[in-house]
Design a protein around this ligand. Structure first.
Ligand SMILES: [Zn+2]
Length: 671
């Protein structure tokens, strides 16, 4: 049979857990489920290399050949997340060391040190052997490097590995960056608390239990995160040299790693998520991020069918959830949706997770829903392949540097970076039916007309400050703050002003900075509406700007809370406080309108509406709309006013005007 084509629909499959003749039974069931893609191999190192240097790929060839013969495409994982026991016995230095000095033991996953030379050697060896075997296999449509790379270990704050190799490498990197220890002391301001170092060798790995310097903590966390990028690059180089298929790595909903950096060498963005019914909308945030990393479709590599669970099942999902959770990925530019997992494990650490079929091979209650999704993909597949999500010209920044800066300096009690970005910034944007891209500081700004950068403490990141200034002066509108541009590249405050450049750019002088704990402060907008801010309060004296909101309570009374200033052909809007959701929406819609960005439809807040444009025109500002995908996120009905009549490819029915969308309903509305 010909190799399956996108859209890919399938699951993770662990044939190493079963007798080889089981595969025929499984393939029969996969075909019944309507699946065309299986992801295999990611943890099977000990089956591929039972002892050092002795490889056994016969069983894996049987699996890939049989799946391929059934028209099921394969995404092949490199198994480096789970090094085999013989490796641990012979080269214990491969395994990570916690911050209390204890080396982890064999048996878990993601427990090796990304910087261990021995581990890296053995990883290169197994990846080379796999690429030799499968690099030209036409049934294999992609590679997944390792599994869920992120900074783990430590005892506190996911601080990473504290082995001698990591500590030595960290000190060498600091030496490379600063040149002399005196330069590091000056940049970090180590005179305070007698922290001045005499040598790079004296810089302590920031173990828990000590109140460490935030410059040290941030530098250490970013070093640990970059170590995983370097680790993945290593495997990508081998696969690019030896294999013909696209290469990616399956990422988690975390910004602890810089995913933009991670994808400089990778070809396809892969993503895993396990959102619950109450936070399904958050998929939008992450998918708007993964979808912006490359100008190409991405793959949803893992999600649950009906509940989560490792040792304890949790988060049962109501009927319809599987449908809407699966379609979300396709709506937002994914060309694959794979479940974790196909057949529930019969042994091991994760016995209780939801699946497609049980360990005994009995279809779970969602099997019919899975079949329905497959039928829908058959009906809409060609249209999906020929269209892409429209790009609106609106973006919001997220940053790994911000993630770690706030992780080590929360700034105000109760503040959590990712929570604020999702709940305070993204959700009101989404519910206003504006479609943002979520971008990293190093991503190009061309094509955007409105960019929001709240909670971006380090502005001088990867050249962003200069790019932004050029972009604004060329006509862009930039909404910035609160808590943006308040730290230098070493996570320290500026000494000339509370901001690096923002006072100058926005034409203000910041008189007071006040935390939003334990209470919020009142403000009045220019149109007379009264409200409060939230989280943080900078009170500005306007020097050369328009005032959009003014504080009404002492000690901020009379000071500006939100200002706007023309800069070249563009505009900067500076927030001294985070407006509440309704005010944030209003401000955003105003600014969007001024740069010709409009809500994509008039629709209830529980609907995600994604306009799709012709694939060939994707990215062009005037790309022709080919239709909409509508996804209901909250298991209640919603309404949408269709801008033009359209046919739902899932039902064949024609719709126009204002229509109702069923609870957990999905519509693929082609013009
Ligand atoms: Zn290490």
């Amino acid at each position: 049979m010909a190799t399956a084509q996108p859209p890919y629909f399938g699951a993770a499959y662990y044939p190493e857990d079963w007798p080889l003749d089981q595969i025929d039974t499984d393939i029969d069931l996969m075909k019944q489920a309507g699946m065309n893609c299986m992801r295999i191999g990611e943890f099977a190192w000990s089956r591929m290399e039972p002892e050092e240097g002795r490889y056994d790929f016969g069983w894996l060839h049987t699996v890939t050949d049989k799946l391929g013969a059934a028209g099921i495409a394969i995404i092949l994982g490199t198994p480096t997340c789970t090094p085999p026991s013989w490796l641990y016995q012979r080269y214990p230095e491969c395994i990570a060391v916690r911050d209390d000095g204890v080396r982890l033991e064999h048996g878990a996953r993601r427990h090796a040190c990304p910087n261990s030379p021995a581990y890296r050697d053995h990883c290169r060896r197994i990846v080379t052997a796999m690429a030799t075997e499968f690099g030209q296999d036409s049934n294999v449509v992609g590679w997944q490097i390792d599994n869920e790379l992120y900074v783990v270990h430590g005892l506190e704050d996911h601080r990473g590995c504290f082995c001698d190799e990591c500590v030595g490498k960290f000190r060498s990197l600091l030496q490379e960056r600063f040149g002399t220890i005196e330069a590091l002391n000056a940049a970090w301001g180590t005179d305070l608390w007698s922290q001045t170092y005499q040598s790079f060798e004296h810089i302590p790995p920031p173990r828990s239990g000590t109140w460490h310097h935030p410059s040290l903590l941030t530098a250490w966390s970013l070093f640990q995160a970059d170590s995983y990028v370097d680790f993945a690059d290593d495997q990508a180089d081998i696969l690019h040299r030896m294999a013909s298929q696209p290469v990616g790595t399956d990422m988690m909903p975390t910004l602890g790693l810089d995913y933009h950096k991670m994808h400089r060498k990778l070809d396809v963005v892969q993503y895993n998520h396990y959102n619950l019914p109450e936070n399904l909308w958050q998929c939008g945030f992450w998918m708007d991020m993964v979808g912006s990393l490359k100008d190409a479709p991405w793959w949803n590599i893992e999600t649950s069918t009906c509940w989560n669970g490792s040792t304890a099942a949790n988060g049962y999902r109501e009927p319809g959830f599987c449908r809407v959770n699966s379609w979300l990925a396709y709506a937002l530019g994914g060309e694959a949706n794979l479940y974790w997992l196909w057949r529930a494990h019969w042994s091991g650490q994760e016995l209780m997770h939801g699946a497609v079929v049980s360990a005994q091979g009995r279809p779970l209650h969602i099997f019919g829903e899975v079949q329905e999704i497959s039928r829908g993909l058959s009906a809409a597949g060609e249209w999906l392949n020929n269209t892409r999500p429209a790009r609106s010209g609106l973006a919001m920044h997220v940053s790994t540097v911000a993630w770690w800066t706030f992780a080590h300096q929360a700034m105000v009690k109760g503040f959590g970076y990712i929570d604020a970005m999702m709940h305070r910034v993204y959700k009101p944007i989404m519910q206003a039916q504006l479609r943002p891209q979520v971008i990293h500081p190093a991503q190009p700004l061309d094509g955007y007309r409105l960019i929001c950068s709240p909670f971006l403490p380090v502005l001088d990141e990867q050249g962003l400050r200069d790019h932004l200034r050029e972009w604004i002066e060329a006509g862009g509108t930039w909404i910035v703050g609160p808590l943006s541009d308040i730290r230098d590249e070493h996570a320290a405050k500026f000494r000339h002003a509370p901001f690096g450049v923002l006072e100058d750019w926005a034409g203000v002088h910041c008189r007071y900075e006040i935390p939003g704990d334990p209470r919020d402060f009142g403000l009045c907008w220019a149109d007379g509406q009264t409200s409060t801010g939230s989280i943080w309060y900078d009170g500005f004296e306007p020097r050369d700007c328009d005032v959009l909101a003014t504080y009404t309570e002492n000690p901020l009374e009379g000071l500006a809370a939100v200002v706007s200033r023309k800069l070249g052909k563009g505009r900067i809007v500076m927030l001294g406080t985070m407006p509440v959701a309704a005010d944030w929406q209003r401000l955003l819609l105003d600014q969007a309108r001024s740069v010709d960005i409009a809500p994509v439809a008039e629709a209830s807040t529980n609907l995600l509406v994604v306009p799709r444009v012709d694939k060939a025109q994707a990215g062009a500002p005037d790309a022709q709309t080919r239709g909409l995908i509508v996804v209901e996120l909250e298991n209640r009905s919603g309404t949408i006013g269709l801008p033009q009549s359209a046919t739902d490819l899932l039902t064949g029915r024609k719709h126009s005007g204002s229509i109702e969308v069923a609870p957990y309903g999905v519509m693929v509305l082609a013009h």
